[in-house]
Design a protein around this ligand. Structure first.
Ligand code: TMP
Length: 206
């Protein structure tokens, strides 16, 4: 049987990787094989692309940026995600194609349907079984990011308005696909959020 494919989405600073780590622990404790991964940068090629996207100096055009994310995702799915799922391993990814639609579509004013189309081309139509959207006010998320003390990357230097547009983009995606998305209020504690996510996973596992 194919593994379960779960993506975590949300603006920067909402706690995706903490929740993904805790869910991984939970599934492993249940005896399942789990591959934890991320975008951009889930493969060797992807690491190079990630570096270009986040740290390269100078202008990156909106379309070039969208295609770099799509290239990262194509390699990720072809060489890591799909083989794992086919082998019966669950895959938990920190970001997937909804990030492109929300960031490059809503945030950077490319048409969301075009971004979705190039993303679906990149992954040959593979969608997650469940997408956990951690939803948080952009100003609050920014304040949380600052407390980590890590220098912001190229995208994190964007204004609060950019992240608020991205957040709205995610919420629109969630309301368009309520079956696939599970929206979690990320102003709750780590434990409260994880309990809700585990309950949703249980209902998926049946
Ligand atoms: P990360 O910090 O969550 O690893 O993601 C790096 C940045 O890349 C983050 O600011 C979100 C952004 N991003 C996009 O703009 N489009 C995408 O498709 C993905 C996967 C990430």
């Amino acid at each position: 049987m194919a593994g379960l494919f779960i993506s975590f989405e949300g603006i920067d600073g909402v706690g995706k990787s903490t929740q993904a780590d805790l869910l991984e622990q939970y599934l492993v404790e249940k005896g399942r094989n789990v591959q934890r991964t991320l975008e951009p940068g889930g493969t060797d090629l992807g690491q190079e692309i990630r570096h270009m996207l986040l740290h390269r100096k100078g202008v990156v055009s909106a379309r070039a940026e969208a295609l770099l994310y799509a290239a990262d995702r194509a390699q990720h799915v072809a060489t890591k995600v799909r083989p794992a799922l086919d082998a019966g391993t669950d895959v938990i990814t920190d970001r997937y194609l909804d990030s492109s639609v929300a960031y490059q579509g809503a945030g950077r004013e490319l048409a969301a349907d075009e971004i979705r189309r190039i993303s679906l081309f990149a992954v040959e139509g593979l969608l997650p079984d469940l997408t956990v959207l951690l939803d948080l006010d952009a100003a609050y998320a920014r304040a949380r990011r600052k407390t980590t003390g890590v220098a912001p990357d190229r995208l994190e230097r964007e204004k609060v308005e950019f992240f608020e547009a991205v957040r709205q983009g995610f919420l629109e995606l969630a309301s368009a696909e309520p079956e696939r998305f599970f929206v979690v209020d990320a102003s709750q504690t780590v434990e409260q959020m994880q309990a809700q996510i585990r309950a949703r996973i249980e209902s998926l596992l049946g």
